[in-house]
Design a protein around this ligand. Structure first.
Ligand code: NAD
Length: 248
């Protein structure tokens, strides 16, 4: 399977859904989870129930979050993010479903309503009781000022970065919108994801069963490679702009 074939699918397609994982942002300096220098190599993962039950785990979670926040905040989109913006500008990209929490698709220029963030956003913190939100700038300033695990100033509930932790339910409306997009596209382009985190990893199969072609772009093999119509290996910052140019 060649890039030339994939480019012809992009050219002929009218309703592309993009699906991104952490791999699209590594070239922006944000580590992924499962690569050798990824997040899991350097941090203890605090599960959702540990965050809720244990004050020491909440403090650890906020410590990790605020340590990473300055780099996350400063990260800029790369050629991979911009390629999806280009496909949207061409009128081909109907939705961008992302497992990422970094907001880089929107920072690159995709309208917010096109982006479905399955795992939430790290740009804000949300109260687990009343849903009130504050910016991560404000939350981390409060942590630095000594509130090691800040609480909601509206209701006193637990404030948590507005990301979906392991064991935390995913927002049903976002998942529904993503499934709807996946089941009505003609080309589903999954990039930079190990495709092992469910239910997100079911979406390529939803698209395929609904008649779309499935194209996977990733550096490493994924469990869905055998289901895909095509798999391209390489760096997304190079592959994605090549694909997007085909749609012009
Ligand atoms: P993952 O870490 O499991 O897999 C990333 C995949 O991307 C790997 O298979 C790797 O081979 C590939 N990859 C990395 N850099 C690449 C590049 N430059 N070009 C091509 N391929 C590249 O990531 P996942 O599948 O997204 O699952 C991890 C979970 O962690 C997600 O649910 C996400 O919410 C979260 N996460 C998000 C971010 C972020 O927002 N940027 C960062 C880390 C983790």
């Amino acid at each position: 399977m060649s890039l030339i074939q994939a480019r012809s699918w992009v050219r002929d397609s009218r309703r592309i859904v993009g699906f991104s994982g952490a791999g699209i942002s590594t070239e922006s300096g944000i580590p992924d989870f499962r690569s050798p220098n990824g997040v899991w190599a350097n941090n203890r993962i605090v599960q959702f129930d540990e965050f809720v039950r244990n004050p020491a785990d909440r403090i650890e979670y906020w410590r990790q979050k605020c340590l990473a926040w300055p780099d996350m905040r400063a990260a800029a989109p790369n050629g991979g993010h911009l390629a999806f913006v280009e496909l949207h500008r061409q009128g081909k990209l109907t939705a961008m479903v992302t497992q990422n929490i970094d907001g880089l698709h929107q920072k690159a220029g995709l309208p917010a309503e096109v982006v479905h963030e399955l795992h939430g956003t790290t740009l804000e913190a949300a109260c687990l009781r009343c849903g009130d939100r504050i910016s991560s700038d404000e939350a981390c300033a409060r942590v630095e000022a000594g509130e090691l695990a800040p609480e909601c100033r509206s209701c006193g509930g637990l404030l948590k970065p507005a990301t979906i932790s392991f064991g935390q339910p995913m927002p049903a409306d976002v998942l529904r919108a993503a499934e709807k997009a996946a089941s009505s596209c003609d080309l589903f382009v999954a990039v930079g994801s190990s495709l092992v985190v469910y239910p997100a990893a079911a979406l390529p199969v939803v698209a395929k069963r609904s008649g779309a072609k499935l194209l996977i772009l990733n550096r490493d093999p994924t469990p869905l490679d055998g289901v895909a119509d095509a798999v391209l290996r390489g760096e997304l910052g190079e592959l994605l702009p090549e694909l997007a140019r085909a749609g012009a």
